[in-house]
Design a binder for this molecule. Sequence first.
Ligand SMILES: Cc1cc2nc3c(=O)[nH]c(=O)nc-3n(C[C@H](O)[C@H](O)[C@H](O)COP(=O)(O)OP(=O)(O)OC[C@H]3O[C@@H](n4cnc5c(N)ncnc54)[C@H](O)[C@@H]3O)c2cc1C
Length: 396
Amino acid sequence: MIDHYDVIVVGAGVTGSVAALMFANRELQTAILDINLPVEPSTEHSIRVASINPASESILKKLDIWPTIEKYRVSPFNRIDVWEDNANQKLSFLAESIGATRLGHIVENDILSFAAWSKFESSPNATTLQPDMISSIAACAQGKQITMKSGKAYSCRLLVGADGQNSTIRELSNINVERFDYRQMAIVSRVRTDKLPGTIARQKFLPEGPLAFLPLGNNQSSIVWSVGLDKCETVLAMTDSEFCRYLADSFDHQLGDVLECGKRVCFPLVRRHANRYIGDSSALIGDACHTVHPLAGLGANQGIGDARALIAKTFPTNENIFRPTYRNLRKYERERRALNQKTLSTMDLFYFGFGSSNQILKSLRTSSLAIVNRSNFLKSFFIENATQLDASLEHD
Ligand SMILES: Cc1cc2nc3c(=O)[nH]c(=O)nc-3n(C[C@H](O)[C@H](O)[C@H](O)COP(=O)(O)OP(=O)(O)OC[C@H]3O[C@@H](n4cnc5c(N)ncnc54)[C@H](O)[C@@H]3O)c2cc1C
């Protein structure tokens, strides 16, 4: 016997959990499937964090999961400082300059996905499927059928692939991906510093890649450091005290000494963009269809935006009926592909504009005209990122 649902979401990361909750809230019978379901966050900070912009915060508030997220841990920031060689020539972006009280919050990924998934679980329209691997996808009268390695099969009107960068749904749907390897790794860790980071997110653009200190409250920060492959090996081989010293030096001691660091974890940095986001009765969202350089902290925000757009196009509030037709899925694809492409291209501008140690490029970069252009570019980028609110909510 094949169990049937309106929607099956594969992947219970940030994107999938948020999407599943949105569909269940519209009284659609929704199932979620993950090989590693979210677990209750511990009292210890977990290593992966995302900076959640006001647009995403507003979506999470509408879903009524922001209070749960806050109950665990969030750290607001209302200023972003960026600089290159000289910390005295910082550019600062202040929330108040755009009439806002904050520019975003640093939140652990585990908290985001657990808050969304546990709210989803409590819905009468929700089913969490037994963890299992998908072996095939096929068209069926109702839409799509997925068959698991165990032999169990499920059908649905809409299959949503939110299964991350190595998406099985994408692969089994024969969707190709445009891929650019930045030949960088992001080193991520949690550190304790001499000085309090306050509510400021700081990023230094080093020649080999940006180094960000994201405030986690008290004197703790989450660092995301993009480095070349060789340097990554060297940095990982350091003892904790060598690493703390090296990190503080590289960051111009902006937060004084680095007193302590947690586990160091590396993520390869690859830009990916799926050629198609949709098929008949199926759609990709989040990292399953795009991955972006983390320097502006946008990946999770993009995934939440995808989820929001997918439901808006397939279940328009003015019609109050679920229509996952190819035409509506195309509307989703057109809207999100254009926006996501813009984000991916902007990240490349950052990467190529700031990230070269080549002397000629460096002297061009440090000319006064280049500095003025760059600071205008940065300003408009951060302001646009913080004020995407209206665009993301236009379908409500
Ligand atoms: C170093 C670093 C720093 C970052 N910083 C930020 C930031 O500051 N702000 C921001 O917005 N973004 C940031 N990002 C990006 C962000 O983390 C990702 O874009 C986001 O987590 C993607 O969420 P997702 O749910 O789409 O995918 P994932 O988090 O990868 O979740 C996919 C889920 O699918 C499940 N899954 C996989 N395969 C299968 C399968 N075959 N069957 C069933 N389930 C499956 C997995 O178990 C997982 O739970 C950062 C990324 C990196 C690498």
